[in-house]
Design a protein around this ligand. Structure first.
Ligand SMILES: C[S@@+](CC[C@H](N)C(=O)[O-])C[C@H]1O[C@@H](n2cnc3c(N)ncnc32)[C@H](O)[C@@H]1O
Length: 272
């Protein structure tokens, strides 16, 4: 396990994932009944962008820094949370900030150092469980939740090409145990071939009600570069397909670099 999220915190890809995560949580919290959130690949929780790994790569300067400077209306909720939380919030900190008293968050992190830091960040928080556990195993072990309502965020590091296959298996296993859960899985876009194959396999998986969103800051034609990212959402909440385009458009307007082939899309992969 070489991937350390601290180097990439606040990057354009983090902004895409986190802006949509906040929208999904707000949508699910329109109902009063308690919600369970599973963050399968949690990282450490929050990140200091001015020092250490994030400062060394500076990826956040092309990401969240641009949104903090000038926040478009569709991103006001997400960026407002980032401002209010101080250190750049990773997915566990954003989710925790929105939990209501009866909601619950379970976070899994396999890297021993990151797990240790994550556990320290949520010590004595009775609404947050931190597990030193493999994400793919957790999708089987922790679902379905007793609340019977849940959001499952799957955010793998994509260190090797098999991770699309692993993601597909994990989604199928989690969905089989919890068919009404809302599953949101992030993926990198370097070039098109693996994405096409992933989408086709999702369409053939038997799972229904699947939407994919994508944002590329340039033509995805270089397998060695992160040109964009996407998220597949299974069982998306009401209005997701209506609201996602304006969030993506606002993100691209601020985070794009006027490079050839930049785009955003919202695509239905499986019928409701
Ligand atoms: C992309 S980062 C997560 C970032 C986090 N979701 C966020 O948005 O702030 C992926 C994390 O997954 C961890 N990880 C890698 N493989 C894992 C596995 N099989 N199970 C659980 N965690 C894993 C890595 O150590 C890393 O911290």
């Amino acid at each position: 396990m070489n991937y350390r999220h601290a180097f990439h915190a606040g990057s354009f890809a983090d902004c895409v994932k986190h802006a949509l995560l906040v929208w999904l949580l707000r949508a699910l919290m329109r109902k009063e009944t308690p919600l369970f959130v599973l963050d399968t690949h949690a990282g450490v929780g929050h990140y200091d962008l001015e020092y250490g790994p994030a400062a060394r790569t500076g990826e956040w300067r092309q990401g969240i820094a641009r949104l903090l400077d000038d926040t478009p209306a569709p991103l006001a909720d997400y960026v407002g949370l980032v401002r209010s939380l101080g250190l750049y919030p990773g997915s566990p900190a954003l989710i925790r900030a929105l939990l209501r008293p009866a909601d619950r968050l379970a976070c899994c992190e396999l890297h021993p150092d990151d797990f240790f830091e994550l556990r320290r960040n949520f010590a004595r928080d009775s609404q947050v469980g931190v597990h030193h556990r493999d994400a793919w195993e957790a999708l089987r072990a922790l679902l379905p939740p007793k609340e019977r309502r849940g959001l499952i965020l799957i955010d793998p590091p994509f260190e090797n090409p098999q991770e699309f296959a692993q993601l597909l298996d994990g989604l199928a296993a989690g969905h089989a145990r919890f068919p009404t859960g809302v599953f949101a899985a992030w993926y990198p876009i370097k070039h098109r071939a693996p994405i096409r194959a992933f989408h086709t396999q999702l369409q053939q998986s038997g799972m229904r009600d699947i939407v994919s969103i994508e944002l590329c800051i340039r033509e995805p034609d270089d397998p060695a570069r992160l040109n964009g990212c996407g998220m597949v959402v299974i069982n998306p909440p009401f209005r997701f397909e209506l609201n996602a385009p304006e969030i993506l458009a606002a993100l691209l307007e601020r985070l794009g670099r006027n490079e050839r082939g930049a785009y955003t899309t919202v695509t239905r992969l499986g019928a409701e």
